[in-house]
Design a binder for this molecule. Sequence first.
Ligand code: COA
Length: 337
Amino acid sequence: MKKSIITGIGHYVPGNIVSNDDLAKVMDTNDEWIQERTGIKERRHLGKHSGVTTSDLGTKAAEIAIRNAGLTAKDIDFILFATLSPDYYFPGCGVLLQKNLGCDTIGALDVRNQCSGFVYALSTADAYIRSGMYKNVLVVGAENHSFGLDMSTRGRGVSVIFGDGAGAVVVSASDDENSGIISTNMHSEGEFAEELAVQFPGTKLGWSDVMLEEGNTLTPEQIYPYMNGNFVFKHAVTRFPESIREAFENSGESIEDLKLFIPHQANLRISQFVQRQLGLRDDQVFNNIQKYGNTTAASIPIALSEAYAEGRFQKGDLICMTAFGSGFTWGSVLMRW
Ligand code: COA
């Protein structure tokens, strides 16, 4: 059976750096609070009127990944695009990427799994490759959060955490038994869907009626992201280790041999907690949330891309990528590079 290897990686982040001090100018917050709770020092923001969309960000990252794979857009057989901040309510970003890249009329599937979006998309790409259906699958995670964050004091519990960016990988079929994706897992618990959510636009609110109503009844809580931070934190620190252990189960691999753990960059405190629980050394965990904040579906591919560029793993090394987020959804991908 074919195995899935990553043949190209790329990432792109907007140039506009927003420091914690910059945020403190528009809302009641401060550098100390943000760093102590989240580890974040700065993030990238396109802002509300940049004219740059999520698919634009994804296109830039995808172009780099395809080039690094030594391929052209014509070699891509299928697109998986993960985002929670799509250009349109519908259609999804996948078709826009297909157009922007000039791919053939290949399939383009959108993944709506928020922080776990990239892990879900990568797991799906792996299944397609192993089934023999596709040879080269493009997997993209991209977010333009800044267009929809509440940048007033009311939104500070959420807005200080999130940033914009994109990452992409080309997943290709390989006959090499000694490298590639070893195991994946995906989970969900919809009972907690409203603990981290944006309700608008959505059919639960009867959104077209609400929009058209004179003096409409939408509240900021419905328009902007809502997050029950403590609740999310508690679940994340349980589900992360659970999913990682599951990835190793029956894999024939051991956690001690992990070269690099690349967690979804949710919060530095969550990553440190998970690191302690698993007994991993500092050099076995990659964190870049300090620079980019939480970029949701983009966070793992951006981190993977930077870690690779920094030489943090080489061919044959064991790496594990794990995410948890809104849904709740969570999952892991264990692979040998
Ligand atoms: N700056 C300053 N003060 C802030 C603030 C900010 N940006 N955001 C909230 N506060 C205030 C609150 O209003 C509250 O004040 P009060 O005690 O007077 O009511 C106080 O800080 C504590 O708020 P709380 O929400 O309890 O803080 P916390 O210690 O739980 O930290 C998070 C908040 C969001 C950092 C933390 O819960 C967290 O990291 N959760 C996980 C989030 C996450 O990872 N999300 C992504 C999922 S993939």
